[in-house]
Ligand binder design. Sequence first.
Ligand code: MG
Length: 368
Amino acid sequence: MSWPRILEVEVFCAELPYKEAFTIALGTSVKSWNIVVRVVTEDGAEGWGEGSPSLIVLGETRGMATACARSLAERLVEAEELSLEHLYEMCASAASPSAAAAVEEAVLDAWARGAGLSMAKLLGGPYRRSIETDVTIGIMKPEEQAARAVKYVEEGFRILKLKLGTDPEEDVERVRAVRDAVGEGIRIRVDANQGWSVEEAIRVIDRIACYEVEYVEQPVRWDDLEGLARVRRESPIPIAVDETVKRAEDVFRVAGREAADIVNIKVMKSGGLLGALRVAHASEAAGLSNMIGCMGEGRLGITGAVCLAASARNIVYYDLDSDILLAEDYATGGSRVEGGQRYLPEGPGLGVDVDRAKLRRLAVIKSA
Ligand SMILES: [Mg+2]
């Protein structure tokens, strides 16, 4: 028995504003713009998927991502036979991995719904029922980061991710201020988004080690494996790579150079959930643990990532908070969040409801 054919595909490009401007070492954004895909199978099952393209990390522009989603849509409708493996093959070679992720998620959602399966089950899980995500605090003055940290802790978050990487002195001050403000018992991890030189990274890490930092993400340039390996050798804190690893094959370059302890999986970097699962398997085989992060996905895309996070044993750190930072969303339902706890969706597929009127209002490009 093969999976149902795809009869209909719709592609939207929509903008979702953040609650406030979000700054990292690579720049500031006030909104995310996402690719949204709706598919219908020959059995009448509907599925939705979302991708959040990145110009800086993945070289994706709005026009290119939209064109890529449309071209994948055509190939899907023409495909006589499709399986998870065919779908992976199609999405893995796409020019825009985020557009491919949107298309793939929509197909998987439709297939899961049609078969009465949860998305976690379709992905081989669930291995765990819930996950605890961090909440990310963008770059601001140390005292502002500390105040924001206190507010999030009051809301129930127990893991904080601090964005660093602009000024080494101030970065040390940021970590000190936040640790002083929240006290013990709250986990703190930091992400420099490539903002430090190797020497700066070694110095900053040495000085923040006393504040119980769980791990340091992407301290130096994504392509400086030798530099990463040097930082890791000197660092008393585990090192995570994000921009350095996009797909499964990148894991082995990192492992071969002993350049990191943790690999940050993102569904957007790996062209979908199936590619992301392969990164988890490659990391496990190479002896590295995984965290899972996000770009600017709303509830729709994040729910897919939560289902994956709950299904792969090797994914043990969770940074799935982008929907929490948005002011508006066309999607509801899916993965519930309470404090930092995120739960698997109820029912078949992703369990997400998309408000079509709202999607049309937020859409900047729409193709039938
Ligand atoms: Mg990162």
